[in-house]
Design a protein around this ligand. Sequence first.
Ligand code: 5GP
Ligand code: ZN
Length: 116
Amino acid sequence: MAADPDCLFCKIVAGAIPSTRVYEDERTIAFMDINPGTRGHLLVIPREHAKDLLEIDPEDLAACARTAQVMARKAKDALQADGINLINSCGPKAWQTVFHFHIHVIPRYDGDPLRL
Ligand code: 5GP
Ligand code: ZN
């Protein structure tokens, strides 16, 4: 699907809005969340616009899952995370606020105050 000119994450893909990228490949990008729940909280997105889990191309979904695993391993190795939450919200009722598919990779630490 073509980039959506009104989509915040399409603008991040295009570099029109700055972000701190930590990983990228042919299909996906990972960048730091602007409002992290814990240290190292990042988002994995497909380069191609898709609004949510129901719309994303299955190959892009698989690519996002692979990137999320790479990022989860990095959180373990580089940040010594004690655990990791992967979260996808699909639709406003499920708390989705940015309508370009994304997976949250949230490192968890013993005693961190985050409640999901
Ligand atoms: P959602 O609520 O849709 O599951 O997650 C959207 C996420 O995008 C939130 O965690 C929010 O902090 C993050 N976010 C919103 N705007 C920006 C932005 O401009 N840059 C970055 N890096 N993250 C953003
Ligand atoms: Zn988009």
